[in-house]
Design a protein around this ligand. Structure first.
Ligand code: PMP
Length: 438
């Protein structure tokens, strides 16, 4: 399959990629740990596509389930009827979800999961007679997708600046990144829990009784893989509890095994009230997202005062049969191959590999946790992002390696089926590339 010769003649179908005037690199097929591009080159996937394919690509069981489902029941309308599949999937997800988060609402993407979580939070407070709770708190540098809600609570300046005014009543916590730079210390940062107190500052500023929910990524991905300082998430939980504010974890990236448990909530021992997921839910195969909902929140909807459930929300494709079939086969694959446990087993090896880049030119920080990693490079003077982008580009073209880049940080999230030799290869290619890039 080749793209039309004059690709520029078409509005870029998936991303406004003007920033670097680069044509997208086109991929033709994928299997296991590898992509093949349209020129036939085999490319090692150090990014699980886009933090999605935790079980590797084109897994037979998932492919078979999608094919079979397409031939059996291709679509079921969502309102007033449906198929049994979303119920079966919700029950399976409850088995791996943190205790107390046993209810699921299905969407088609992470962005939709975030916007749905915002609406669920608002409806929950209204149902409890606290309709004045309409504000949201996000974090600087956070990414919560591209819907108007997620964009408003997100904190990446470039993602927001052309689209204002955004949602009113949103404020942002200070980020924890600066504390961690130059640490070169594997594991979670030991200092920084006091940054959670920033939430008290915002609460005092806005009045606790007007705030609906606080959104955080347990590990922020697009900010450059920023790890939470020890105790940070616990502290946010305590503060939210004290003020009756819902805590939402955006686990679109961290969900489904990347940190060695099904969800980061379990790894960090903090249970949010709502949890947004997508990506690894179907191993990237069919678009799907999900909001996990706490029992107490769900209870308010089901048995709250009259009017509590009279709000409308739902997508034509919520719980789509193909997505459900793909997700069920994905969960089977994760369980059968014990891939979440594998992320823990390989984490030591992964850490040594990443940390071996200490001392490479321009490397100012290295971060790793589970099977997630980041190599942060010093920005070129006057051209932030250019050095990171060049490493990304050259790793792809000269090293046959796919990674992600965000600013000057190379972000790594390989499929959890990765072999130790492939971990070595990722780090060797990146080490060589970083040494070549001025
Ligand atoms: N939240 C987080 C933390 C994400 O990383 C992403 C996507 N990278 C999203 C939400 C949005 O997901 P989607 O692109 O599927 O809408």
């Amino acid at each position: 399959l080749q793209a039309p010769a004059s690709m520029e003649a078409f509005w870029m179908p998936f991303t406004a990629n003007r920033q670097f005037k680069a044509r997208p690199r086109l991929l033709a097929s994928a299997q296991g740990m590898y992509y093949r591009d349209v020129e036939g080159r085999q490319i090692l996937d150090g990014a699980a596509g886009l933090w999605c394919c935790n079980a590797g690509h084109a897994r037979e069981r998932i492919v078979g389930a999608i094919q079979q489902q397409a031939a059996t029941l291709d679509f079921a309308p969502t309102f007033q009827m449906g198929s049994p599949l979303p119920f079966v999937l919700a029950e399976r997800l409850a088995e791996i979800a943190p205790p107390g988060l046993q209810h699921v609402f299905f969407t088609n993407s992470g962005s939709e999961a975030v916007d749905s979580a915002m609406k669920i939070a608002l409806a929950y407070h209204r149902a409890r007679g606290e309709g004045q709770r309409t504000k949201f708190i996000g974090r600087e540098k956070a990414y919560h997708g591209v819907g108007f809600g997620g964009m408003s609570i997100g904190g990446l300046p470039n993602n927001r600046k052309w689209f204002g005014p955004l949602l009113a009543g949103v404020d942002h916590l200070r980020h924890t990144l600066d504390l961690q730079r130059n640490a070169f210390t594997p594991g979670l940062p030991k200092h920084g829990v006091e940054l959670a107190e920033d939430l008290e500052r915002l609460i005092a500023l806005h009045d606790a009784s007007t705030i609906a929910a606080v959104f955080v990524e347990p590990i922020s991905g697009s900010a450059g893989v920023v790890l939470p300082p020890e105790g940070y998430l616990q502290r946010l939980r305590e503060i939210c509890d004290r003020h009756g504010i819902l805590l939402v974890f955006d686990e679109v990236i961290t969900g489904f095994g990347r940190v060695g448990k099904a969800f980061a909530a379990q790894r960090f021992g903090v249970t949010p009230d709502l949890m947004t997921t997508a990506k690894g839910l179907t191993n990237g195969s069919v678009p799907m997202g999900a909001v996990f909902v706490a029992d107490a929140v769900h209870e308010t909807f089901m048995h709250g005062p009259p009017g509590a459930i009279e709000f409308f929300h739902g997508y034509t494709y919520s719980g789509h049969p193909l997505a459900c079939a793909a997700a069920l086969a994905t969960l089977d694959t994760y369980a059968e191959e014990q891939l979440f446990e594998r992320a823990i087993e390989l984490a030591g090896h992964w850490e040594r590999a990443i940390q071996s880049l200490k001392g490479a030119p321009n490397v100012i920080d290295l971060r790793n946790f589970g099977l997630i990693g980041a190599i942060e490079l010093a920005p070129r003077e006057g051209a932030p992002g250019a050095r990171g982008y060049e490493v990304f580009e050259r790793a792809f073209h000269e090293g046959d390696l796919l990674v992600r880049v965000t600013g000057d940080t190379i972000a790594l999230s390989p499929p959890l089926i990765i072999e130790p030799a492939q971990i070595e290869r990722i780090v060797n290619v990146l080490g060589e590339t970083i040494r070549k890039v001025e």
